[in-house]
Design a protein around this ligand. Structure first.
Ligand SMILES: C[S@@+](CC[C@H](N)C(=O)[O-])C[C@H]1O[C@@H](n2cnc3c(N)ncnc32)[C@H](O)[C@@H]1O
Length: 432
């Protein structure tokens, strides 16, 4: 069957099984294509456009490795959906150890060539861990079945001085704290499996990537982090810098839920919690790595990344206009899928949904608090959870930053002191 994802066609061997959305379906014989990962590929196109525009990768050729390419659709979308002047600078290679994946990707590339005719798709068939070190790369994408840990060290060593690394993980049971032994074994961390576990999982993965980068004299900083149904993904800038790599420890620490007064005061002293009275204590706070925590303490997650999980300029570029103009196409009655106008509209909406709230959150990605409104209501023992939008409005009126968050639960991010958050919550409640 022929399918349209974003603005790019792909011929698939079988009908799409909508339930193919997890790592459990790994089958090295088949060519893997998962429509549920479409959002991750769309964000990748958007990110590449912004990074090229920013000049971070210089002004000549950009060597890109789609490391675990499967159907090759991610690479084909870069070549097809980026504006011509961007796509023409790309030298894209797909790698997969499945021979059929490479064959099918090349067939699709030929059948549906990129609109930018100079787009060339190179390929390497084999184990990424050996092939990736053949040359240096400006952009490496690692999208494995399960954990990315086996690929991390070689991927980092293969990067140019200024590079982008995009890493996915689907071992969500480990990274959400429910498979504790796998989490400790792979990532050397613990996660409290509370409602913030998805954010903690992203931070634990980020800490591992940053440590691996530091071992190779590099500094990694996240520019976009997303937990999207069954997978999580972090995109990072990685730069060669011994000086910055030496300071990595400052970016690592712990997250403590239900912190006591001593912990909250220590967190404020380190600038990890906005200054506030301690009349009401926050639901959670970060502590530096040097703070002594007990191994048995179930409230503690970490070691994890305690800096921002994104870059405000990058995130601000995720606009509806941009994604619509690059990643959607107009309805054509002669389309090869036999889609009607409504099918096209549904695909367009899906594409827009994949960047929802990223731009909103850009102005506050450095905010210390990610607040889940359901948790806030039960923490304060108030009747009904406030609307995140209302909370954002009130906090903004009080002169602090707050925005809705791109988190899979109703939530907002803010830099307001805890006192202000509590006052704002009280204002959302009906009078007694
Ligand atoms: C989750 S899929 C990748 C999905 C793809 N990036 C996309 O956007 O559709 C993982 C792919 O990695 C390939 N693979 C697994 N281990 C590999 C290795 N060591 N070297 C190269 N490819 C590998 C598998 O054959 C599979 O096609």
């Amino acid at each position: 069957m022929i399918y349209l994802e974003g603005a790019t066609f792909i011929q698939l061997q079988n009908k799409i099984e909508n339930d193919v959305i997890g790592p459990s379906k790994k089958d090295f014989e088949k060519v893997f294509y998962n429509p549920a990962m479409s959002g991750s590929r769309t964000r990748s196109v958007m990110l590449m456009k912004h990074i090229i525009d920013s000049g971070y990768l210089g002004d000549s050729e950009i060597y890109v490795m789609d490391g675990l390419a499967a159907s090759g659709l991610r690479a084909r979308r870069w070549l097809n959906e980026l504006p011509e002047e961007h796509a023409n600078r790309l030298r894209v290679t797909i790698c997969d150890m499945n021979e059929k994946s490479i064959k099918r990707a090349l067939e699709n590339h030929q059948k549906f060539p990129p609109k930018n005719e100079q787009g060339i798709l190179n390929h390497k068939q084999g184990d990424l861990r050996t092939t990736i070190l053949d040359q240096g790369w400006h952009w490496v994408d690692i999208d494995p079945f399960g954990s990315p840990i086996p690929f991390l060290d070689t991927a980092i060593q293969s990067l140019a001085k200024n590079a982008i690394l995009e890493i996915s993980a689907t071992d969500t049971a480990a990274l959400a704290g429910s498979s504790k032994t796998a989490l400790m074994r792979r990532y050397g961390a613990r996660i409290n499996p509370d409602n913030l576990a998805h954010d903690s999982g992203l931070r634990v993965l980020m800490a591992c990537i940053a440590r691996s980068a530091a071992k190779h004299d590099r500094f990694a900083e996240p520019i976009l982090s997303v937990w999207d149904s069954h997978h999580l993904r972090i995109s990072l800038k990685v730069k060669k810098s011994v000086e910055k790599a030496n300071k990595l420890e400052k970016k690592l620490g712990w997250r403590v839920s239900e912190p006591n007064k001593k912990e909250v005061v220590a967190s404020m002293k380190e600038g990890l919690t906005p200054q506030s009275s301690t009349e009401h204590l926050p639901m959670h706070c970060f502590l530096p790595l040097s703070y002594p925590v007990s191994r048995e303490d179930k409230r503690v997650s970490g070691p994890l990344w305690i800096g921002p999980l994104g870059d405000s300029k990058v995130m601000a570029s995720f606009t509806e206009e941009q994604v619509t103009s690059m990643c959607t196409i107009e309805y054509n009655p002669m389309n090869p899928m036999n889609w009607n106008q409504r099918d096209y509209e549904l695909e367009r909406r899906k594409i827009i949904r994949s960047i929802k709230n990223i731009k909103n959150e850009s102005g506050i990605i450095e905010g210390e608090f990610l607040i889940l409104t359901d948790d806030l209501a039960s923490w304060r023992n108030v009747g009904s959870p406030p609307s995140p939008k209302k909370m954002v409005e009130i906090i903004n009126q009080k002169g602090f930053k707050a925005e809705l968050s791109h988190y899979p639960k109703p939530s907002f991010r803010t830099n307001a002191p805890w006192d202000v958050i509590i006052q704002s919550l009280d204002l959302t409640q009906p009078p007694m």
